[in-house]
Design a protein. Structure first.
Length: 410
């Protein structure tokens, strides 16, 4: 009977749909939404280039029904009109199938009054975030962010509600709550193996103060209790923030190994209005393929990510790695070490417009093809009207330094 229930839930999940809006840039978000990069409850102030690369690699896309989805190393998530479907993967040696659970907000109450009981959610998607108004006045917002281990969930109160105890009722559909530990509540599959963890909830205000909140299991979900004292002390906006993570066994989180989805080798160049950060990206998640590509993103002078989905600068068969970047006065130039075809190391490059457009799709070979094709570690130096690209070159059988000036025409 339990397995029948799991099957019926899977059929229900497959029928879900979504009404959502994708915005390409952070400044296109509606006025009620949390600013991309302004997640004060989760992200410290300051610019972390590793964080930029990771966020880009976890950007949501739309499936053939328009449902926003993200694929992480140990999970996937789909954002529907009801909430989000979290699918926890099992480690390959186990042979266990993924399990799905629908995480949704049932109601938010204060005293005997229901502040909101969400209907169909209209998600606004930007990069690795999806957020929706839970009521028409945008007095309460649900914000979700994809991370390497799962989905960071937050209920945002832009202004203070009444100073009275408040509860957030959630449903974790399809999986029973098997246990509570110091790290949170654990939801198990049909065999009793813990597969999804909902971490301890905290209240975090815009001044950076944190309060741990009481969370209790209730039916097929959880109830988070926010005391009136927290609402009275908080500097608004206020976030209520648990994390949903995949695990396989109690507290055995499906955290990706360091080689999975690496984004490394960051280089950056100023372009008058924005920076361009570039890096080598192994978002295939399969280290055995050694399949780096070159990605990038523009970053404003204020430290905000301009391209939440990133810029795919070069994605070709075989690794592209060790990028360099410089500004030529009108746009950027990116050069990298390229092993396309898994045969030769050569230096390729492309122009990037000030608008983030890739002007030389797939890249262009810089210089000639020498008899010994082993070129690596390019660096790009800024020069008005052109850039100087230099690299290590073994065409003579020993390491020498070669270079080429590249003008704005490429």
């Amino acid at each position: 009977m339990k397995r029948c229930g799991f099957l019926l839930f899977a059929i229900f999940i497959a029928s879900l749909s979504s009404a959502s809006t994708f915005v390409r840039h952070a400044d296109e978000l509606p006025g009620w939404a949390v600013k991309y990069g302004g997640e004060f409850w989760f992200r410290p102030a300051g610019l972390d280039f590793a964080d930029v690369a990771e966020r880009v690699s976890l950007a949501l896309g739309a499936d053939d029904r328009g449902v926003p989805r993200v694929q992480g190393p140990g999970f996937s998530a789909a954002f529907t009109e009801s909430g989000f479907v979290f699918s926890a993967k099992a480690p390959p040696p186990s042979g266990a199938a993924p399990v799905d659970t629908l995480v949704r907000t049932v109601a938010i109450r204060q005293g005997g009054e229901v502040l909101c009981r969400p209907g169909a959610l209209n998600w606004v998607v930007c990069g690795n975030t999806a957020q929706a108004r839970l009521d028409s006045s945008a007095a309460i917002i649900q914000h979700c962010e994809a991370t390497r281990t799962g989905v960071e969930v937050a209920w945002i109160f832009p202004v203070s509600p009444r100073v009275e105890d408040l509860t957030i009722e959630t449903s974790v559909g399809g999986l029973p709550c098997a246990a509570e530990t110091d790290s949170g509540h654990h939801f198990a599959d049909a065999d009793g193996t813990a597969r999804v963890r909902v971490g301890r909830a905290e209240a975090v205000d815009s001044a950076g103060r944190r309060w741990e909140l009481e969370t209790r299991a209730a039916g097929n979900g959880l109830v988070i209790e926010v005391p009136a004292a927290v609402l009275a002390e908080a500097v608004y906006p206020l976030a209520i923030d648990p994390a949903v993570s995949a695990e396989f066994g109690m507290n055995n989180l499906r955290v990706p190994a360091p080689a999975e989805q690496d984004q490394t080798g960051v280089r950056i160049a100023w372009g008058g209005t924005n920076y361009l950060a570039v890096w080598q990206d192994n978002r295939s998640g399969d280290w055995s393929d050694y399949d780096y590509s070159i990605f990038g993103a523009r970053i404003s002078a204020a430290g905000q990510v301009v391209d939440p989905y990133g810029i795919a600068i070069c994605v070709q068969p075989g690794p592209q790695q060790e990028p360099g970047v410089g500004w030529n006065g009108t746009g950027w130039y990116v050069a990298w070490e390229d092993v396309r075809g898994m045969t030769n190391y050569l230096i390729y490059g492309t122009r990037i417009g000030s608008d983030g457009a890739v002007l030389d799709a797939g890249g262009r070979l810089i210089g000639s093809v020498p008899p010994i094709q082993y070129q690596q570690s390019p660096w790009v130096a800024t020069r008005t009207g052109s850039v100087l690209v230099v690299w290590e070159d073994m065409r003579t059988g020993r390491k020498d330094v070669y270079g080429r000036l590249v003008d704005t025409s490429g």
